[in-house]
Design a protein around this ligand. Structure first.
Ligand code: MG
Length: 388
């Protein structure tokens, strides 16, 4: 029985993780949950799974949850970053599913690593912001990081049983998102609801917008570099609209190993939770004859500048990827609030990166400073570009 804690239990990854756990009650037990503001869903999760500890975004929500649960509840209710860190390091837990979206996931993930918990990593921002520190810290605590992100989980599977020294190239697949075939001139008219309509994957808002701009893939390139110890120059992106091939590894002899499956996040989640074993019937059977055609094409970097920005930021190293991530979070939030257009998102990020003096990163404090700087700068640029 593996004892599990979930950071981000009411988000898309959290809900799918609980579904996997519910279907495998003899293998997994969840004892700790961290959520944000979705109290009705968190209450249902508490009633169903009976965790010993939960944490929510702030004191006010903790108070409301307490009222909702009534006095007979035995669950310990915490709040804020301290609460998240406690959920991440809760004594009996063996594996922490890190699925809080954005930079907010960094601190609790670090707490889990420091407490020696294995990590099922869905929060890519942790690796983008602080990859080098996270990898070092995980190694020194003997912690395994198993990727949940479908592409990285695929690469993890394609690497199993092979000699890492014989890897030539990682190939991340990307669906291309809803605007793959939209002419660039139309980008100015993209509405929030258009960007939220992803063709293949059901995901949270932030990651769905990131998929539409291809920033999600951009962040994934940086994430893959740290997770697999590869230079980003040896990581390519390939558009594959069917999302059946979840990513590939090319070896020195020209062999390419691909991992395939139906697009269902319960696949990579199941593999991460049960690794090195596989769960019976984790997702539906893939019928390639019914799928019929698999297409692959190069990404259009002129239409989707995010990819180029990520390679640039990764090349600069140090604080640049954290600044890239921070400015993206601010720009996406501004787009959601209708302050800037969809096409402005990469322009804001580029302007922030161009005005950033790259610094070395020696500690989490340095990472958070770079993140803070990026947010302020991006906020200023958003104000200048604001649609009146
Ligand atoms: Mg992904």
């Amino acid at each position: 029985m593996k004892i599990i804690s979930i950071l981000g239990s009411t988000g898309s990854i959290g809900v799918n993780t609980l579904d996997v756990i519910a279907r495998n009650p003899t293998r997994f037990k969840v004892v700790a949950l961290a959520a944000g503001r979705n109290l009705p869903l968190l209450k249902r999760q508490i009633d169903t799974f009976g965790p010993g500890i939960v944490s929510v975004i702030d004191d006010e929500h903790a108070h409301q949850l307490n009222e909702m649960l009534g006095h007979s509840a035995t669950v310990k209710i915490l709040s804020g970053e301290g609460g998240y860190r406690e959920v991440a390091s809760w004594k009996k837990v063996e594996m922490v599913v890190s699925a809080i979206a954005g930079a907010a996931g960094l601190s609790p993930t670090i707490a889990a690593i420091d407490a020696g918990k294995d990590i099922a990593l869905a929060n890519k921002e942790t690796m983008v912001m602080a990859g080098e520190l996270v990898v070092e810290r995980a190694a020194s605590h003997g912690v395994n990081i198993i990727p949940v992100d479908s592409e990285h989980n695929a690469i993890f599977q394609c690497l199993a049983g092979h000699n890492r020294k014989e890897v030539k190239r990682l190939i991340l697949t990307a669906s291309g998102g809803p605007f793959l075939h939209l002419p660039p001139k139309q980008f100015a008219y993209i509405k929030l609801e258009d960007a939220l309509r992803h063709p293949n994957w059901e995901m949270g808002r932030k990651i769905t917008i990131d998929s539409a701009s291809m920033m999600n893939k951009a962040l994934e390139v940086i994430e893959a570099g740290w997770l697999f110890g590869m230079d980003v120059g040896s990581i390519d992106v390939c558009i594959h609209p069917q999302s059946i091939v979840h990513s590939m590894v090319e070896y020195v002899d020209g062999s390419v190993i691909a991992q395939m499956g139906v697009p269902d996040m319960r696949g990579p989640i199941s593999y991460a939770l049960s690794y090195p074993e596989r769960l019976q019937g984790a997702v539906d059977t893939l019928d390639l004859c019914r799928v019929g055609t698999l297409e692959f094409m190069s990404p259009d970097c002129a239409k989707f500048p995010a990819l180029k920005l990520a390679y640039e930021a990764a090349g600069k190293g140090g604080s640049a990827p954290a600044v890239l991530n921070a400015s993206n979070e601010v720009a996406v939030a501004a787009f959601i609030e209708d302050k800037i257009g969809f096409g402005d998102i990469p322009l804001v990020i580029k302007e922030v990166l161009d005005s950033h003096q790259t610094r070395e990163i020696g500690s989490i404090k340095d990472v958070l400073e770079a993140d803070g700087w990026g947010r302020i700068k991006a906020g200023e640029i958003v104000e200048k570009r604001k649609i009146s």
